[in-house]
Design a binder for this molecule. Structure first.
Ligand code: BGC
Length: 544
């Protein structure tokens, strides 16, 4: 029975991309033992849990999001004993463990797909979307894939097209089929029995496309912060009305999933949902008591960090959110690192931009996913074409360079070979040379480092309920100042940020004092006003 602690509400999860976190066996690829090695570091940050991106058996065409077996650990990451040891150690350290469940597609090497493509009559013939070619041999409709081109691929054996919304190696599972739904729910139960605390459900906007396969309509315009794909991608030119999840029809499955999770303990279901209107779509999946518990929110992950964009995103979400619960993120294994998304990129301000990002993120109402390296203030890495691994980037290079730049290995030791990520091997993606100086050991020694700041801010958020749960209200401000209040029954906080590279002054509306438990940065408080240096910020408390 559910204990219903709702541990996920207001929680901070640390996102681990295992390939790049820590290589324990020296083969150049991060692994589960590497994660175990660094779990104390993660726990000491003060986060509530970890989310580990896929470590299951996979040909790694899409960084593990092409799963060939849901119940096996890929040998590059270790084995099931390693996972159990990892989970046990994480729990000892008080960390919840969430894993990714990729439910809208498998790898084309998954046994289900291998069977499905044999002929039109086998037991799994309709576990994927198969359709005949049009009379002229072209695909059944105009649906496009995230990673470029048609979402339909010709299978020579079945002499039919199959649907794959990302790469052709990721055929879409047909979740209209009862057996497929059960197979996915059984997969979740398998991991629940292994005592995971929740799932990040991958790309739920793609789990139930239109069964009639109707053509998508043309999309003429968009606001850049509403898109979950790069505009160089032709996909941006369609409304995905039919190729994405049919909302009315998906509710029953979501309910079933939620029921299953709630009857198995305090399992959190975190839906990753993009879509045509990514803000609205994100909210949809976590509304009410019988949908997913929370939605992973793209709101901030791709946009430039400017006053206008930040305010617009918060306002849009807050005005529509209702009773849904967001899990914000400023970065991820898919998105350019936050410090590299400010309009001005003076290297001298990198530390301040990083701290501002952390403070802003942790001052939002909701839960939060902190992507590995964000606590170090790492910038987006430049990865040379010949080193690139990401299927997405290789497709759209050079206009869009893909996701390798946020996936390079974590620098643990400034002066060590491979910055201490891998003792011997050639890392699967090169360690980015400028990251050496941001290495963990260097930051440990410097009390003014981003790492120390991140720990301090995380600690203060933990002890300040108004920051996690309080209402949020944006204030009108001049220049590049972003200001909002966070208030609950007992406390009103004023959070003020300077998103620009020039000093700003602002008269505070009311009687506020600095909240001493919260670190501030480059902010002076004088005569009922604040003076914020570039990227400075402070959190104040209303004096009653
Ligand atoms: C993951 C991506 C992945 C895609 C397809 C996502 O949204 O975060 O890394 O490529 O789903 O599974």
């Amino acid at each position: 029975m559910s204990t219903n602690n709702n541990w996920w509400k207001g929680a901070v999860l640390y996102e681990i991309y295992p390939r790049s976190f820590k290589d324990n066996n020296g083969d150049g690829t991060g692994d589960l033992k590497g994660i175990i090695e660094k779990l104390e570091y993660v726990a000491a940050l003060g986060v509530d849990g970890i989310w580990i991106t896929p470590f299951f058996k996979s040909p790694m065409k899409d960084g593990g999001y092409d799963v060939a077996s849901y119940r096996d650990v890929d040998p590059i990451f270790g084995d099931m004993d390693d996972f159990v040891a990892l989970r046990t150690r994480a729990h000892e350290l008080g960390l919840k463990v969430m894993i990714d469940l990729v439910l809208c597609h498998t790898s084309n090497e998954h046994i289900w797909f291998k069977e499905s493509r044999q002929n039109k009559t086998n037991q799994k013939h309709d576990w994927y979307y198969w359709a005949d070619a049009k009379e002229d041999g072209t695909p059944p409709n105009n649906w496009l894939a995230y990673f470029g081109g048609s979402a339909w691929h010709w299978d020579t054996r079945r002499q039919q097209y199959y649907l794959a919304s990302f790469s052709k190696e990721q055929p879409s599972l047909n979740l209209w089929n009862r057996e497929v739904k059960d197979a996915i729910l059984d997969t979740a139960k398998f991991w629940i029995d292994l005592k995971v605390d929740g799932f990040r459900l991958d790309a739920v906007q793609q789990i139930l496309p239109d069964i009639q396969l109707r053509d998508n309509p043309v999309r003429e315009s968009h606001h850049p912060t509403d898109l979950d794909i790069d505009i160089s991608n032709p996909f941006a030119k369609q409304w995905r009305e039919y190729s994405q999840t049919q909302k009315k029809e998906v509710l029953e499955f979501i309910r079933e999933f939620r029921n299953m999770a709630d009857t198995h303990g305090d399992i959190a279901l975190l839906a990753e949902a993009g879509g045509d209107n990514s803000l609205e779509d994100t909210i949809f999946y976590a509304q009410g008591k019988d949908r997913f518990h929370l939605s992973y929110c793209y709101g901030f992950t791709y946009m430039d960090i400017t006053k206008e964009n930040v305010e617009r995103t918060i306002e849009k979400f807050e005005s529509r959110m209702g009773d849904s619960w967001m899990c914000w993120a400023m970065g991820s294994h898919d998105a350019p690192r936050i410090v590299s998304r400010f309009p001005q990129q003076d290297p001298a301000t990198q530390k301040d931009r990083a701290c501002l990002g952390i403070a802003l993120a942790l001052s939002l109402r909701g839960s939060y996913c902190m992507y590995q390296g964000e606590e170090l203030g790492l910038e987006q890495a430049n990865v040379a074409y010949e080193d690139m691994q990401d299927i997405f980037g290789l497709m759209f290079y050079p206009e869009f360079k893909g996701r390798d730049g946020c996936r390079t290995p974590i620098p643990w030791e400034r002066d060590a070979h491979n910055a201490g990520f891998s003792a011997e091997g050639k890392p699967w993606l090169p360690v980015y040379e400028p990251h050496h100086k941001w290495a963990v050991d260097a930051q440990e020694e410097d009390p003014t480092s981003v790492l120390h700041f991140a720990r301090a801010f995380l600690a203060c958020r933990k002890n300040t309920p108004a920051l996690k749960f309080g209402d949020i209200g944006i204030l009108e401000t001049p220049d590049n100042i972003i200001a909002f209040t966070r208030s609950d029954a007992t406390t009103t906080l004023l959070c003020v940020f300077n998103a620009g590279d020039a000093e700003v002054k602002w008269g505070i509306p009311g009687s506020f004092q600095p909240l001493d438990t919260v670190p501030r940065n480059n902010c002076a408080i004088k005569d009922n006003g604040v003076i914020l240096a570039p990227y400075g910020f402070c959190i104040l408390k209303l004096v009653k």
